[in-house]
Design a binder for this molecule. Sequence first.
Ligand code: SAM
Length: 190
Amino acid sequence: MLAKAAAQAPPIHDLTTTAQSPYNRPLFPEGTPLVADKRYSCIGLYNPKSPENVGSVMRAAGCYGVASVFYTGKRYERAADFVTDTKRVHYDIPLIGIDDLKKILPLNCVPVAVELVEGARPLPEYTHPDRALYIFGPEDGSLDKEIRDWCEDVVYIPTTGCMNLAATVNVVLYDRMAKGLNTRSGPKFR
Ligand SMILES: C[S@@+](CC[C@H](N)C(=O)[O-])C[C@H]1O[C@@H](n2cnc3c(N)ncnc32)[C@H](O)[C@@H]1O
């Protein structure tokens, strides 16, 4: 029976012309730009402590369409729980533990430190990168100078005193959304 099926199959060199196969289409339709043009944002949490905060960050990530969330340190893992991520976003958006945020920067993505610190740029006046990795400090500390220096920009929200970690993530993502297509390359990006 197998021999009969093999005898009826088209020869290998004919496969590319078999019209019904979806694999016969050209890889990219005509007019496809050579450079990818999709905006996105990622989040990096530096040694977060509370599962409630990480859960709320995941919820924000789901609401604002974040591509992935990374975190460093072991404190969060020891207490992991997603009570505040009631929409179970952590099943849809990757939440990845890593040892160094510098190692996971995607190609062409701009690292932005978010910290209430002297010399930072005020968020309301900030034009977001097309592709951004926003990095936030821990609940009981701040982003150290080394990571701030590595980031291309440092931004702050002009509040009286610092906000809760997850609240800060929500504000930054809301600001990005509110500015719409007004990222660095403008409407050229999707
Ligand atoms: C709860 S805060 C850190 C606590 C703070 N360093 C303190 O005084 O103890 C956690 C993180 O949220 C971010 N954050 C909070 N308020 C901010 C603000 N107004 N501007 C920028 N970042 C802020 C920073 O990334 C900060 O490291």
